[in-house]
Design a protein around this ligand. Structure first.
Ligand SMILES: *[C@@H]1O[C@H](CO)[C@@H](O)[C@H](O)[C@H]1NC(C)=O
Ligand SMILES: *[C@@H]1O[C@H](CO)[C@@H](O)[C@H](O)[C@H]1NC(C)=O
Ligand SMILES: *[C@@H]1O[C@H](CO)[C@@H](O)[C@H](O)[C@H]1NC(C)=O
Ligand SMILES: *[C@@H]1O[C@H](CO)[C@@H](O)[C@H](O)[C@H]1NC(C)=O
Ligand SMILES: *[C@@H]1O[C@H](CO)[C@@H](O)[C@H](O)[C@H]1NC(C)=O
Ligand SMILES: *[C@@H]1O[C@H](CO)[C@@H](O)[C@H](O)[C@H]1NC(C)=O
Ligand SMILES: *[C@@H]1O[C@H](CO)[C@@H](O)[C@H](O)[C@H]1NC(C)=O
Length: 364
């Protein structure tokens, strides 16, 4: 059954909608029939969502353990595109399975419906987690960055816990690594800047491990871990602060050239970029990679914990990102939001029951 889902998925271009469709099919059909037909327990699902992780400019390179533990143990989709190359609209699509013109989250502000009261009223009751909780028998857990404006006073503050989540550890507002507030099931938990207590990627890893130890063993679980990395401000863990000293943004054929046949905005980019822009983007590129080393550790901790608990073979693990990134392509120093490969193409790795190891889709 799962194999069928992935065979048909592999024929199309995968998108967040594929992820959501997979989750829904799993809950409504597959899991129940699988459980009844084979007496296997209903599979668990872990979704690891990174922030601004590209696949076109080498973003997966530092994630050595992730590629081994998820991609090599299952399937790597190489044609995965997001519905919008911007955090909040893309996350809203991942959560609802809808395109932005249907969920109406148009940018990263409250006025643009990012975590707005209108979103809370019309869309949030229909996220896949709400369905998982309502129609499945899943225990649901969320940790990390939700929507950029989550926790805003005007939208209910951190007291607001969206429907569908039994265990809620969400970051107030946008990506940070230190000095942030988490909503712990609706109560503010303030964090400072002590590495061993507050570094957000590690806090998320620790909370996730805690959840795996605390949860009931009688019901399947859905766990979503949403890392702020590798989004700015790109603060590395102390042990990774000087990793990759010589790494630079790739000098691909589209690096630092004039995108003369591209749309208006891109044609305005100054070409060639100034040396200080190039230095800045190379530095950002290295810092992004350093933050990913902690994501790689998080993935390893979660996989190992599932393994020692004997739950790994019955758990789907999905690894992806909300949008890509660029550093110097067509002389755009750095950001996302453009309609080109580097910003819309994202990683998608999936392992789990009935998924054969070492597959790529499309087949190489
Ligand atoms: C925000 O969402 C509401 C409810 O879907 C919609 O009526 C409104 O037009 C949206 N705002 C924008 C700016 O799209
Ligand atoms: C976001 O979208 C809203 C509604 O269209 C608009 O009023 C606002 O200016 C936009 N903000 C940004 C930063 O694009
Ligand atoms: C955290 O906040 C403290 C106190 O406001 C400040 O001194 C420090 O620079 C901040 N650290 C980071 C990493 O933002
Ligand atoms: C950071 O936290 C650790 C563990 O709680 C503690 O031992 C250490 O003293 C703290 N460091 C600072 C500078 O507060
Ligand atoms: C995570 O847990 C480990 C092991 O208990 C601990 O050493 C580390 O300080 C914790 N990190 C954070 C940021 O909480
Ligand atoms: C796990 O249980 C401990 C002890 O009851 C509790 O303090 C902690 O918050 C729980 N963690 C999670 C992630 O549920
Ligand atoms: C910019 O860098 C290039 C290549 O490294 C070098 O040839 C050029 O002299 C530099 N320009 C300035 C103004 O420093």
């Amino acid at each position: 059954m799962a194999l069928f889902v992935f065979n048909s998925a592999s024929k199309m271009v995968s998108s967040p909608l594929v992820i959501v469709r997979f989750l829904l099919i799993c809950v409504t059909l597959l899991c129940n029939s699988l459980a009844e037909a084979t007496m296997n327990p209903t599979p668990n699902i872990v979704l690891i969502l990174t922030d601004d992780l590209d696949v076109s400019i080498g973003g997966m390179m530092p994630l050595v353990k992730t590629k081994k533990l998820i991609g090599d143990a299952g399937i790597t989709f190489t044609n995965t595109f997001v519905a919008s190359p911007l955090c909040c609209p893309s996350r809203a699509s991942i959560l609802t399975g809808k395109y932005p013109h249907n969920h109406h989250v148009v940018n990263n502000t409250l006025e643009g419906n990012c975590s707005s009261t209108a979103w809370q009223k019309t869309q949030e009751p229909e996220t896949f987690s709400a369905f998982l909780q309502k129609h499945g028998t899943y225990q649901t857990f969320f940790a990390g960055k939700y929507l950029n404006e989550y926790g805003s006073k005007k939208a209910g503050g951190v007291e607001h816990v969206p429907p569908g989540w039994d265990h809620w550890f969400a970051l107030e507002r946008n990506s940070k690594y230190y000095n942030y507030t988490l909503s712990v099931n609706g109560r503010a938990q303030r964090h400072g800047q002590n590495y061993s207590e507050d570094y957000l990627t590690d806090v998320l890893a620790n909370i996730s491990i805690d959840f795996l130890e605390n949860k009931s063993n009688r019901r399947p679980f859905f766990m979503m871990v949403s890392t702020p990395a590798p989004h700015s401000p790109w603060t590395a863990a102390p042990q990774y602060e000087s990793s990759f000293p010589n790494v630079k943004a790739p000098r691909d054929p589209n690096f630092n050239i004039h995108g003369k046949d591209k749309h208006w905005l891109i044609r305005q980019a100054k070409t060639p970029m100034t040396n200080s822009s190039v230095e800045f983007l190379d530095n950002a590129y290295r810092k992004r990679w350093r933050t990913l080393l902690s994501v790689d550790d998080l993935v390893e901790k979660v996989v190992r914990k599932l393994e020692v608990r004997g739950e790994l073979s019955n758990t789907y693990i999905i690894f992806t990102s909300d949008n890509g990134y660029h550093t110097g392509q067509f002389s755009l120093p750095m950001d996302k939001r453009q309609l080109y490969e580097f910003d819309i193409r994202v990683p998608l790795l999936v392992r789990g029951p009935n998924i054969k190891p070492k597959q790529t889709s499309p087949v190489k």
